[in-house]
Design a protein around this ligand. Structure first.
Ligand code: AMP
Length: 112
């Protein structure tokens, strides 16, 4: 499958790992939009939030269990933002479900 994040998971493309467990991998965004910008992905391929269903939603629970751990490691004591872009109108550029964890400063209130 020609998926950038599957290639990162396979070690075919390098990434700056932040966190990993059996279900989840997290790494630094190559083009950070905040002092801390981490991408959290499931190890199974799910194309986007629109591909979440009863069979695969445990992967999402694992991601949201990992996020507080990642926030702790990254020192995000004042809070952070979690975003997933979905599809064309959501400006999703990589078709493997990922959650952006942004923080390390006071983020802008508006998201468009
Ligand atoms: P999205 O636009 O929501 O699909 O987010 C995709 C994100 O992946 C963007 O923020 C990119 O900067 C990031 N990205 C693309 N290629 C890489 C890479 N090789 N390593 C880390 N982050 C990447």
């Amino acid at each position: 499958m020609d998926c950038l994040f599957c290639k990162i998971l396979a070690g075919e493309i390098p990434s700056a790992k932040v966190y990993e467990n059996q279900w989840v991998y997290a790494f630094r965004d190559i083009n950070p939009q905040a002092p801390v910008h981490v991408l959290v992905i499931p190890k199974t391929h799910i194309a986007s939030a629109d591909g979440i269903n009863a069979e695969n939603s445990a992967a999402v629970a694992h991601i949201f269990e990992a996020i507080p751990e990642i926030a702790k490691v990254e020192g995000l004591v004042n809070g952070y933002r979690v975003i997933t872009n979905c599809g064309e109108d959501g400006c999703q550029s990589v078709k493997h479900l990922h959650f952006h964890v942004l923080g390390g400063k006071k983020l802008p209130e508006k998201m468009g």
